[in-house]
Write a protein that binds this ligand. Structure first.
Ligand code: AGP
Length: 645
């Protein structure tokens, strides 16, 4: 959470800092701030620090900048998602030292901030905020004072040294940037378990938490590795590892960030991204489903082409998937496919739970981390923990085998795992994940088919004809999605007013559509603030049915297949309790008679149905929130990328 930027060069820094923050606002929008350092008129050495902050969205900070200005060619910026301290201006970054000449922005959590704060307070330091970050400028200022007292020259190298000396005192995960009025031509950045990339421009450097902030500035980037510290001056970058040794590394080229933030004619990014799903599917089909090949056989694996080493598939007896939120729902659909299609026992874990209570180690395990951003702290930490504990095992059967599924191959996930599936959905700006969820589902369809082909019929895999039929249907998915998005957009818009007073909604699904019921509930909760629960339809009678009455609408996903009749019966039970029933189901006499409102679906193989049933879920949530006049793209209390624990 939180986004940071830092710029040094030969032009005014503030406009570029604000532009960078605009592209990072998805990481948090509780407050924003910048600090710039300008050469003081007539001064020979030091400069003047200008700090501006504003509560709320970036637009408030921009207005303040337009009124007050912030001169200087060197500066730092921050957009905040509150962790320690309320979202008020006094808790906005940058935070300053006691002299007001040193400023710090930070993304992460300093876990030992309380003891550090007490230590500094005992030395007479006064704190102005409730944040964990504020200890950092005071610690650096204290160290600078000691170094200066030891007659060290006041220059950028001194600032670097002071930051390097302070970092070992900080426990937790962080990315930070520091400017000091004494050195207007240098700034220091550092990272530990939080992302930070340096963009190399012409005679200037822009450092940021994520690539969208760099995309319009440069295509040449230097991602910082864990524990690294860098001194940026207009002359170049000095990069150091955690032990202080100089690091030389070549920059790389940024890819795929051209289509940054453009709402086109849509009212919100979320709606635009829902409408982009047929294209997401079409790209995936074009990339991964080669034209009709021969029937799958051990010699000619042909149905799906994924860019993965054969080693990923070898000797896999079990699969575990680690993810959070929407990504976890995609993982649950994936687990269903891997078990039902490929016959591989698969478990899904909340990454935040797995970290602290991992299951006992079993051999021949493939571990998959799913995160669209590639930066979710819990998912990364769970994967790293799994890797470490397996590396300690002498038996090669327990060796770690890690695969990541992400929309951001250049992310921290991309650097952590050796094997990666890029879902290639393009940048998603809306905080509520939509097209990236579809991309994750498609990745799992590809993976399950690839595993099923390799296992072969008879050893847990399905009949090749069945696989072939599924893949043929997948080829037709983009057209089906196009039709579905277009028809349901207006339908859901027309229904939205019915939910104007609604306080609770229940989503029901079974089998492969149970995760879609959970995803429908999550979407509704996060953007409309209506309480919603996703439940396996057959579980309602074991308790939750007590919640139902005429004020609680029930959205029921019912698709022909193994559980169709069962779901219809479960829906009937809800109807008997006066619940208003909304069906996400094919139009047929049974469904038309049962449901009060029907969001009709085309008929597809039950295994493929989540790719369609999720569309009405997304559109219904979107239109309910939009009808309520809520900030759909930036819902309260949320951030797109959850980079704290
Ligand atoms: C999705 O709508 C949510 N905003 C959220 O649950 C999200 O899926 C979760 O934070 C995981 O993010 P990731 O995919 O980037 O890891």
């Amino acid at each position: 959470m939180c986004g940071i930027v830092a710029l040094i060069g030969s032009r005014e820094a503030a406009p570029q800092l604000l532009e960078g923050l605009r592209h990072l606002e998805y990481r948090g929008y509780d407050s924003a701030g910048i600090a710039t350092v300008a050469l003081a008129a007539g001064a020979t050495g030091g400069g003047q620090l200008h700090c501006l902050k504003a509560e709320g969205k970036l637009i408030n900070l921009t207005a303040r900048y337009e009124a007050l200005g912030a001169p200087g060619q060197c500066g730092i910026g921050h957009t905040r998602w509150a962790t320690h301290g309320k979202p008020e201006e006094r808790n906005a970054h940058p935070h300053l030292d006691g002299s007001g000449r040193l400023a710090v922005v930070q993304n992460g959590i300093i876990e030992n901030h309380r003891s550090l704060r007490e230590e500094l307070q005992a030395e007479g330091v006064t704190f102005l905020s409730d944040t964990d970050t504020e200890v950092i400028p005071h610690l650096i200022a204290r160290r600078l004072g000691l170094l200066q007292a030891a007659d060290q020259a006041t220059d950028a190298a001194l600032l670097l040294r002071a930051v390097q000396d302070v970092l070992p005192l900080l426990q937790g995960a962080y990315a930070l940037a520091v400017v000091w009025a004494e050195v207007p031509s240098g700034l220091v950045v550092a990272r530990k378990q939080a992302p930070l990339l340096i963009g190399l421009g012409e005679g200037e450097f822009l450092c940021a938490s994520d690539t969208p902030a760099l995309a319009g500035f440069t295509r040449t980037i230097l991602p910082m590795e864990d524990g690294e510290v860098a001194l940026l001056t207009p002359l170049g970058i000095e990069l150091y590892d955690a032990q202080g040794a100089r690091v030389q590394r070549s920059p790389s080229l940024l890819s795929g960030t051209e289509h940054v933030a453009d709402k086109r004619s849509f009212r919100h990014f979320m709606l635009k991204e829902i409408h982009e799903q047929p294209e997401t599917a079409a790209l995936w089909v074009a990339r991964h489903l080669p034209e009709d090949g021969p029937l799958p056989s051990p010699e000619g694996l042909s149905l799906v082409a994924l860019p993965l080493d054969e080693e990923v598939y070898e000797n896999v007896e079990r699969i575990q998937i680690l993810a959070c939120g929407t990504s976890r729902h995609a993982a649950q659909v994936g687990a269903h496919l891997l078990e039902q299609l490929a016959g591989i026992p698969t478990s899904v874990y909340y990454a935040s739970e797995f970290r602290y209570s991992p299951p006992p180690l079993v051999p021949h395990m493939l571990t998959i981390g799913v995160t669209q951003s590639g930066e979710t702290a819990d998912t990364l930490a769970a994967l790293a923990m799994e890797q470490e504990r397996r590396q300690l095992m002498a038996d090669p059967a327990f060796a770690p085998k890690l695969l990541g599924i992400t929309n951001r191959p250049e992310s921290s996930l991309g650097r952590l795992v050796p094997h990666l599936l890029d879902i290639g959905a393009g940048i998603e700006v809306g905080v509520a994940a939509t097209k990236t969820f579809l991309g994750q589902l498609l990745a799992f369809y590809g993976l399950a088919v690839a595993f099923a082909e390799r296992r072969g019929h008879g050893s847990g895999g399905p009949d090749p004809q069945r696989l072939r039929a599924l893949v043929a249907e997948l080829r037709g998915l983009p057209a089906l999605l196009q039709q579905l998005v277009e028809s349901h957009d207006q339908r859901c818009a027309d229904l939205a007013h019915l939910f104007a007073e609604t306080q609770d909604v229940i989503f029901l699904g079974r089998g492969i559509n149970y995760p879609i019921a959970m995803e429908g509930a999550l979407k509704l909760k996060e953007i409309s603030y209506i309480h919603a629960e996703g439940y396996p339809a057959g579980e309602m009678k074991h308790g939750p049915i007590a919640l139902l009455d005429a004020r609680v609408p029930v959205v029921s996903i019912a698709v022909p297949g193994t559980v169709f009749e069962k779901v219809l019966s479960n829906a009937q039970e809800a109807k008997a309790r006066d619940a208003q029933l909304i069906g996400v189901a094919p139009a047929c006499p049974d469904t038309e008679q049962l449901f009060d409102l029907l969001l009709p679906l085309p008929e597809v193989d039950e295994l493929l149905s989540p790719l369609l049933t999720v569309i009405p879920m997304q559109l219904l949530s979107y239109h309910i929130a939009a009808h309520r006049g809520l900030d759909v793209d930036q819902p309260r209390n949320l951030a797109k990328s959850v980079t704290v624990e």
